[in-house]
Design a protein around this ligand. Structure first.
Ligand code: AHR
Length: 681
């Protein structure tokens, strides 16, 4: 079975809920739809002719379709990064103490427990620690201030609740010191604190308690709550300090700390590249709040964290530079690092002062791919990755082309990086699609957020772009505004049309990625997004599902094709044809894709010419995947996560001359399995 759309086995792993509903959809689809849709006399007719000889087109870059990950909408912090504790180091409230420790809260009343911060942390870059004074005492029966049975202390609700599941294990780590021996209960409790889901006790004796000790526990849950909290409590009068409190599920994507079901959604798109960590997040509104790669590497306890002042939330930077490179590798994608070039939304460092930023970037490259005997390569190795990461692409800033000093600063970065790493592909922020750039670059960045009609019309955007000079990187595209809502079918439809245009122009467009990728439903800073989640559930928007239609395009052979249709039909139609290899079976297949952006079904006459004599279309290995919906503004939601998802049906009449119907307002992929004649004999 070919691997496109919702029939893919990995899609079915996404969650139990999606699995169940999807199976139902597929069964229905097979039962009612195992013949291709009816070809009627009244629909307009389109003839699509494909030259199946491999030399007819060109090889699509292996990077063409990839991912752009930005720390926006709590995409990483409280999202893809599986850390459950929010504000683990107590730094989010600033370095001046006492400070705001939210979302931490006291467990117990004001007369039972007093929480405060001071700068007694053992970590130089994270000086703030939490001081917990337990004022009650369970042992002192004469006291009027008896601690309750469950103890008192402090708890953290995570990011709008922690998803704790019965049978799963969690690693809880923290640093602790106290003025005397201490018995500290570490537990996951239900949201209201009434039920204990998992619990262990830490005992510290009076000899060692005065120094900071690293505690590490495995907690196995015996009950579930999607909105649980982590509590650290005691029943004895005491004073103790906590710092760098972390809780992670032990089961993460490839064991590297990424929330599994979210990472699997990414893996299932077979991305060719992974651009990170922003976006505006890289720039900061003010430079002081920009992403600084070196503050996000090394032990988690030594990362100061920072406030992202464009999307307005604190991040502990658990998902740092190293983790971005690691995730790219784990996804089989090439990392693309967008680095801060001394420009924020408000400031630009003058070119005569940019030298320190250039050196900082060179250090970052050394961290990613330097030898083990280099300063930064050695740190990468200590972090568990002795081999260099395959960093070949760098974006010099984000959306900064017209900001002061961009060109001067760009040239400083360009020259220094090319001198040391001549193979590095450098990406300019300036658009070269309509006129040539006035500076050297390997690629230029192109961003588009617009209405559905505009984006569909832009399927021809790169038809006339110069084939000489730098290539195009469409690193951010999406339908936004009223047409998009929180992720409408209409948006996905127009985006798919735009992407077929990119596929047809993939001799000049080398990379393309949707934006933004993720939204935590509790902190929507941007609509729409490809994947929506909260503490425990997730779904793909139509903007996610339409990307599934392109997951076999990377490295495929684009075939020469022509569409014959009347002018009105041509205004609403775009099609492509390619030949790809099925990685699991090793056999080839043809993929015919179409977006019908019009409200009328189309009769499609498919004519495949110049088929290599050794190839034969295998109807039994052929299928048709369609994404459509009853209403253009239909969206998926936590309640209906699969309202708009692709359906797959068999293509039993598949052959070199076949007729089928393109439903109104639909994305369609026809996958024609090929086998060599020899294999049949
Ligand atoms: O994708 C959201 C934002 O849009 C990005 O941060 C920025 O690059 C663009 O303006």
């Amino acid at each position: 079975m070919l691997e496109l759309g919702a029939s893919n086995g990995r899609v079915l792993q996404l969650s139990g809920l999606i699995l169940g509903v999807l199976c139902f959809v597929l069964v229905l689809s097979y039962a009612s739809n195992h013949m291709l849709p009816a070809y009627t006399q009244t629909n307009p007719t389109v003839t699509f002719t494909v030259d199946a000889s491999i030399s007819s087109g060109h090889r699509i870059p292996s990077t063409l379709f990839g991912l752009f990950f930005e720390e926006i909408n709590h995409a990483g912090t409280g999202g893809l990064w599986a850390e459950l504790v929010q504000n683990r180091g107590f730094e989010a409230g600033g370095l001046n103490t006492p400070s705001d420790i939210r979302p931490w809260v006291a467990v117990g009343t004001e007369t039972q427990v007093l929480l405060g911060t001071d700068r007694s942390s053992p970590f130089v870059k994270n000086p703030v620690a939490l001081r917990v004074a337990i004022l009650c005492d369970a042992e002192d029966s004469s006291s009027s201030n008896q601690c309750p049975h469950r103890g008192v202390g402090v708890s953290n609700p995570g990011f709008w609740g922690m998803d704790i599941r019965e049978g799963a294990t969690y690693t809880v780590k923290f640093w602790l010191r106290s003025t005397a021996s201490l018995s500290l209960s570490v537990s996951f409790t239900s949201a209201d604190g009434s039920q204990t889901l998992a619990q262990e006790t830490v005992e510290v004796d009076s000899k060692t308690c005065h120094t900071w000790l690293n505690q590490s526990l495995e907690l196995k849950a015996t009950a579930s709550d999607h909105y649980a909290r982590l509590s650290l409590t005691s029943r004895n009068r005491s004073v103790f300090w906590l710092d760098q409190v972390s809780a992670m599920p032990t089961d993460t994507f490839k064991g590297h700390g990424f929330r599994k079901e979210l990472a699997l959604m990414l893996a299932d798109l077979k991305p060719g590249f992974f651009r990170f960590p922003g976006g505006c997040f890289v720039e900061g509104d003010r430079l002081i709040n920009s992403f600084r790669w070196r503050e996000t590497v090394g032990p988690y306890e030594e990362r100061p964290g920072h406030y992202g002042d464009v999307w307005n939330y604190w991040t502990d930077d658990g998902f740092g530079f190293f983790e971005g490179l690691q995730l790219a590798e784990d996804l089989g994608a090439l990392p693309i690092w967008v680095f801060n070039n001394g420009i924020s939304h408000q400031e630009s460092v003058p070119t005569e002062l940019i030298g320190a930023y250039v050196l900082d970037t060179l250090d970052g490259i050394e961290f990613a791919r330097g030898p083990l005997n280099s300063t930064w390569g050695a740190l990468r190795s200590q972090m568990g990755h002795p081999d260099p990461f395959d960093l070949r692409y760098l974006a010099i800033g984000n959306e900064d082309c017209w900001k002061p000093y961009y060109r001067g600063n760009y040239m400083k970065f360009y020259e220094a990086i090319k001198a040391k790493y001549p193979d590095m592909q450098l990406i300019s922020n300036c658009d070269g699609s309509k006129s040539a750039l006035d500076h050297p670059a390997d690629l230029y960045d192109y961003h588009v957020y617009t209405s559905a009609n505009n984006l569909f019309a832009m399927r021809h955007q790169f038809d006339d772009t110069s084939r000489y000079g730098p290539k195009v990187f469409v690193s951010e595209y999406a339908v936004t505004g009223n047409d998009a809502g929180r992720g409408s079918f209409l948006a996905g439809l127009a985006e798919a049309g735009f992407l077929i245009g990119i596929e047809l122009n993939s001799d000049v467009v080398s990379l393309a990625s949707y934006a933004p990728l993720f939204v935590n439903n509790n902190d929507r800073r941007w609509n729409p997004d490809a994947i929506v989640f909260d503490s425990w559930q997730h779904y793909g928007t139509p903007g996610y599902w339409m990307q599934q239609f392109f997951k076999h395009s990377n490295n495929a052979s684009l075939l020469f094709s022509t569409v014959q249709a009347d002018a009105a039909t041509n205004n609403v139609l775009i099609m492509s044809a390619l030949r790809a290899k099925n990685d699991s079976t090793g056999s080839d297949y043809l993929v015919i894709k179409a977006v019908n952006y019009g409200g009328t079904a189309l009769n499609l006459q498919l004519v495949i010419t110049n088929m290599p004599s050794s190839d034969k279309i295998q109807a039994l290995d052929s299928s048709m995947t369609v994404l459509t919906s009853g209403n253009l503004m239909d969206e998926n939601s936590f309640f209906q996560p699969t309202k708009v998802v692709p359906t797959v049906s068999k293509a039993e009449t598949a052959g070199p001359n076949m007729r089928l119907t393109l439903p109104a307002f639909s994305i369609m992929a026809l996958q024609l399995g090929l086998s060599s004649m020899d294999a049949d004999m």
